[in-house]
Write a protein that binds this ligand. Structure first.
Ligand code: SAM
Length: 371
C-alpha cells in the first residue's frame, strides 16, 4: 500500500542538520501513537525536532544527545516555561546591542564587499563580518547577564536559529561556500522561539545513548544514530557530527578553543578526539562495523517495550547486519520505507527487499520493534 505524505506543517524548530528527521515526523508520530507509548526516550535527539513533535503530541519525552547544541535546544523547547512575554525583553535587549570586533569576527567573519567569502587570513568564511560583529556583542552579553539556565538556553537557541538564517554554508561547518550566499547578506535578528504548550516532566540528558537507554525507563525508545556513508572511500571523520557542527558548540560554550584547518574547526572535533562508536564505520576484529556492534550493544541495554529505529539508505551498514541486530532485540511489528524524493511512503512487508546493497538513494526506513 502506498500513501501520499501529507505536507508537514510542523511547528518544530531546528537548524540545518545532516540526518534531521523533519520530513519523517508524520510517520514517526503515527508509529509512536500506534504503540500507545506515553513516555519516549529520543536517544540521538540532534535538532530535537522529533522530541518537540512528540512533546506536542502529548508524550513525556527524555531527549538525549552528546552535543551541546541538542542539549540547549532541548532545554529551550522541552523544559523552559513557555512564556514568550518573559523572554521578549531579553531578546529585544540583545537585538539592540551594537556590533563589536571580537573572537568570532577574527576567525569566522568575511568582507561582504568582496564577491568571494574570503577573510583577511585568505580562508573562506561562514558569515559576513557585520553578523559576526553582532554575534561577538550578543554572545558576551549572554555570559555577562545573570540568566537562569532556562533563560540562557532560550537566548542561545534564539541566537543559533538567527545565525542559521544568515550563514554561508551548505548545512554544515566542515567547509564554506566560496561565493557569498544570498542569505548571508541579511542581518542577524533574534526572535523569541515559538513554544508549544506540552505536559510537564520532560527530561534532558547529554550522555552516550547506551547510558541514557540503560537508566531511562521509557515505554518506547526512538533511535536515530549517525549512519555514516555508503561511500567506502569517505573517511569516517567526514561524517562526524562534532566536525560538522563544531561552530555551534563554540557559540554555546563561548570558550574560544584552539582551532585548526581551513574551516577553523575546534581542536576537540579532530579525528582522534570526541569519539563515538556510532560514527565509527571501520571494521571491528569480528568483521562487523564498529557502529553496528555499538547498535547491538545499545539495543541490549534498552529496557523499553518498544524500539523505533531510523535508518537511511545512504548508510554504511548492510541489510544483513542490521537485520541480525534487530532480530536479536525483538519482533519487527512495522516497517516503513519513505522515498524522500517522491514524497511517498510505503508500508513494507518485512520479507520484501528493503534496501539494495549499494544504496537505493534518498530512502529512509523506520522499524518498529516490540519485545
Ligand atoms: C542522525 S542525527 C539525529 C538527528 C535527529 N533525529 C533530528 O531529527 O535532528 C545523529 C545524532 O547522534 C548524536 N550522537 C553521536 N554519537 C552519539 C552517542 N554516542 N550518544 C548520543 N548521541 C550521539 C549526534 O550528535 C547527532 O546529533
Amino acid at each position: 500500500m502506498t500513501v501520499a505524505i501529507y505536507s508537514s506543517t510542523s511547528r518544530t524548530k531546528g537548524v540545518k542538520y545532516a540526518g534531521s528527521k523533519l520530513r519523517l515526523l508524520p510517520h514517526i508520530l503515527k508509529l509512536v501513537r500506534q504503540t500507545g507509548a506515553e513516555t519516549v526516550l529520543d536517544g540521538f535527539s540532534g535538532t530535537t525536532r522529533v522530541s518537540q513533535a512528540l512533546a506536542a503530541d502529548g508524550v513525556r519525552v527524555t531527549a538525549n544527545d552528546t552535543s551541546d547544541l541538542s542539549r540547549v535546544f532541548a532545554e529551550c523547547f522541552l523544559t523552559a516555561k513557555p512564556r514568550e512575554g518573559r523572554y521578549a525583553k531579553l531578546i529585544e535587549s540583545l537585538n539592540r546591542l551594537p556590533g563589536k570586533d571580537g573572537w568570532f569576527s577574527e576567525h569566522y567573519g568575511g568582507d561582504p564587499a568582496s564577491p568571494e567569502s574570503i577573510g583577511p587570513d585568505g580562508l573562506k568564511k561562514p558569515f559576513q563580518l557585520h553578523n559576526t560583529r553582532r554575534l561577538d556583542a550578543i554572545r558576551d552579553e549572554i555570559d555577562r547577564l545573570s540568566l537562569s539556565r532556562c533563560e540562557r538556553s532560550v537566548a542561545l537557541t534564539s541566537l543559533v536559529l538567527a545565525l542559521d538564517k544568515v550563514d554561508n554554508t551548505i548545512g554544515h561547518f566542515a567547509s564554506y561556500l566560496r561565493e557569498w550566499s544570498p542569505r548571508s547578506y541579511g542581518d542577524l535578528r533574534l526572535e523569541v522561539p515559538r513554544f508549544t504548550r506540552t505536559i510537564d516532566g520532560h527530561e534532558v540528558l547529554q550522555e552516550d545513548a547506551a547510558d541514557a537507554a540503560e537508566r531511562t525507563p521509557a515505554d518506547l525508545a526512538y533511535f536515530d544514530p549517525p549512519y555514516g556513508s555508503n561511500n567506502a572511500k569517505m573517511p569516517p571523520s567526514r561524517v562526524r557530527y562534532g566536525a560538522y557542527y563544531h561552530f555551534w558548540k563554540t557559540v554555546i560554550l563561548n570558550d574560544r578553543p584552539e582551532l585548526f584547518g581551513k574551516a577553523k574547526r575546534r581542536k576537540d572535533s579532530a579525528d582522534d578526539a570526541n569519539y563515538s562508536p556510532y560514527e565509527d564505520f571501520r571494521f571491528a576484529p569480528d568483521g562487523e562495523f564498529v557502529a553496528v556492534n555499538a547498535l547491538r550493544d545499545l539495543l541490549s541495554k534498552t529496557s523499553s517495550r518498544f524500539v523505533l529505529l531510523s535508518y537511511s539508505s545512504g548508510g554504511r551498514a548492510t541489510r544483513r547486519s542490521l537485520e541480525a541486530v534487530m532480530r536479536g532485540c525483538g519482533d519487527i511489528v512495522a516497517a516503513v520505507e519513505v522515498d524522500l524524493r517522491r514524497n511517498v511512503m510505503a508500508e513494507m512487508s518485512w520479507t520484501k527487499e528493503w534496501t539494495r546493497e549499494g544504496g537505493a538513494p534518498n530512502r529512509e526506513y523506520l522499524f518498529l520493534l516490540a519485545r
